[in-house]
Design a protein around this ligand. Structure first.
Ligand code: NAD
Length: 359
């Protein structure tokens, strides 16, 4: 069935516009092939928002996002805006308000190694070659980052607090995701030390027993989980954890996947509204050179089709197209190993080759 959706396109700064152009090329191919209609509206955000409309998240941009079914986000930031006060800088001034405004409490970051890219992973060859494909789900709007903070002359404190409903809703996202994958959830906490983790574990177990008994559930302490991810990544399917542990685990998982240029993420609200963006930043060191890897942005588009619009076949079509281009040996600089079978290409050519596989 063909669908019509409104999409806010916030390309941002640095490599954002370059990689977004390729994601839109792929989106157009998906529209044509599957008969959908994606009505895209572009808006300023980040440094571009500051320069063109006076702030990182201009009102007009927020309005466009409110009128859309999903947000496809590029990346924001760069040295030009670093002298600004922290709250006015591109990342803090745009990303945090967007997450807050839309209640984006669930952050999903897939970690996987595409076939042929195991050389880019810092893992032992044997482990990287065996491959892995798991999803880290991080609670994004609660916990220690948002608890009461304070300091006096001799001390400082950050309160970590979770409510039952906050844990219930992220647990449901994890179990629902596992249903569409390999059917396993690993819940990560520190229930041997933290009260919030005891509540976390109890609540996850209850939601599992009451609503998702068919899913396999295991628990790991955060210190153990961070080791196990390095030694047996292939055993994981969905990892769910609270905000701070998730912050660390998702970056660790990104590292072992190889290049940040291959990694997408989704941030979802309770109603299923989502913002989709590459895991990396605006890469000012390579911006404007036409060499950035557009695959993270294209995979962000693929996640949008899957999680916001339920278009599973289209999601697979994009993933297959990327794998085919990689199988033919085409690589941007960040995933180029120098081997003779590989051909080094730029941002545009990578986008065009992936698009051609879809048409
Ligand atoms: P970064 O992710 O931008 O860059 C880290 C390294 O990865 C750089 O060497 C860069 O060239 C490389 N890289 C990143 N994406 C790539 C791609 N698609 N293809 C090839 N190489 C790629 O992180 P950083 O240097 O710490 O931050 C740069 C700016 O981005 C800062 O202003 C930071 O605040 C901002 N930032 C924004 C976001 C966001 O918009 N969500 C996230 C992180 C950082």
């Amino acid at each position: 069935m063909s669908i019509t959706k409104n999409i806010a396109i916030l390309e941002g700064d640095g490599i954002g516009p370059e990689v977004m152009e390729e994601a839109i090329r792929v989106m157009n191919a998906i529209e044509k092939k599957f008969g959908h209609r994606f009505m895209c509206t572009s808006a300023w955000v980040g440094g571009a928002g500051i320069d063109n409309a006076g702030k990182a998240l201009p009102e007009e941009t927020l309005k466009i996002c409110e009128q859309s079914d999903a947000i496809l986000f590029g990346s924001v930031g760069g040295p030009k805006w670093e002298p600004l006060p922290p709250n006015e800088q591109p990342e803090r001034g745009a990303l945090l308000p967007l997450r807050k405004h839309f209640g984006l409490f669930a952050n999903l970051r897939p970690a996987r190694i595409f076939k042929g890219l195991s050389h880019a992973s810092p893992l032992k060859c044997r482990i990287a070659k065996a491959g892995f494909d798991f999803l880290v789900i991080r609670e994004l709007t609660g916990g220690i980052y948002f608890g009461e903070k304070g300091s006096d002359e001799n001390s400082a404190w950050d309160i970590m607090k979770y409510t039952v409903p906050e844990i219930e809703r992220i647990a449901r996202v994890a179990f629902e995701s596992a249903k569409k994958r390999k059917g396993k959830v690993t819940s990560v906490d520190k229930a041997n030390v933290l009260q919030t983790s005891i509540l976390w574990r109890k609540t996850v177990e209850r939601i599992h027993a009451q609503e998702f008994p068919e899913i396999t559930l295991e628990h790991l302490y955060i210190d153990n989980a961070s080791m196990q991810i390095l030694t047996r990544p292939a055993d994981f399917d969905v990892i769910v954890t609270e905000n701070m542990f998730g912050d660390i685990l998702s970056d660790e998982s990104a590292q072992i996947s190889g290049s940040i240029g291959m990694l997408a993420s989704a941030s979802l609200s309770e109603s299923g509204f989502g913002m989709y963006e590459p895991s990396g930043g605006s890469a000012p060191d390579i911006a404007g050179k036409g060499i950035a890897n557009p695959i993270a942005q294209i995979l962000s588009l693929a996640m949008m089709l899957k999680y916001s619009f339920g278009l599973l076949e289209e999601h697979e079509a994009i993933n297959d197209a990327i794998q085919q281009v990689l199988d033919e040996g085409y690589r941007t600089g960040d995933i180029f190993s120098g081997s003779e079978e590989e051909k080094r290409i730029g941002t545009k050519e990578m986008g065009m080759r992936i698009t051609k596989k879809i048409v």
